[in-house]
Design a binder for this molecule. Structure first.
Ligand code: AMP
Ligand code: ZN
Length: 119
């Protein structure tokens, strides 16, 4: 069922604690943890605790939780002190866009200059 934990999902396992992560923030509905392969000095992933395959699917099914993810992305940026210099919130969606984990997640990237347009 939509939103239920998926046995084969890496990020559901991080939510349950079965896979360790460096957690920087947690709320009733979200977890934020450091990306294992950082692409910038600050690279944190914010995920909903519920399973949906991507950000748009999450927003369609549970808009309040999608808002929680975005708000937490902003809180991470503030705590990491990248809000003043600028940061990027990215939802890679689909394998052609580089999505490799099909549990909705926002990348929060900052701490260096960020190119536009992205590659
Ligand atoms: P995406 O390619 O947009 O699906 O993003 C998935 C991200 O998850 C990548 O940036 C990976 O480096 C990251 N990642 C994969 N496994 C882990 C893990 N065990 N802990 C933290 N981040 C991870
Ligand atoms: Zn999942």
């Amino acid at each position: 069922m939509a939103g239920e934990p998926q046995a084969d999902c890496l990020f559901c396992k991080i939510v349950s604690g079965d896979v360790p992560a460096t957690v920087v923030r947690e709320t009733d509905t979200t977890v934020a943890f450091r990306d294992i392969n950082p692409q910038a000095p600050t690279h944190v992933l914010v995920i909903p605790k519920v399973h949906h395959p991507d950000g748009a699917s999450l927003a369609a099914a549970e808009p309040a939780i999608a808002a929680d993810v975005l708000r937490e992305a902003g809180e991470v940026a503030r705590e990491e002190k990248i809000d003043a210099t600028g940061y990027r919130i990215v939802f890679n969606t689909g394998s052609g866009a580089g999505q490799t984990v099909f549990h909705a997640h926002a990348h929060v990237l900052g701490g260096r200059g960020l190119q536009w347009p992205p590659g």
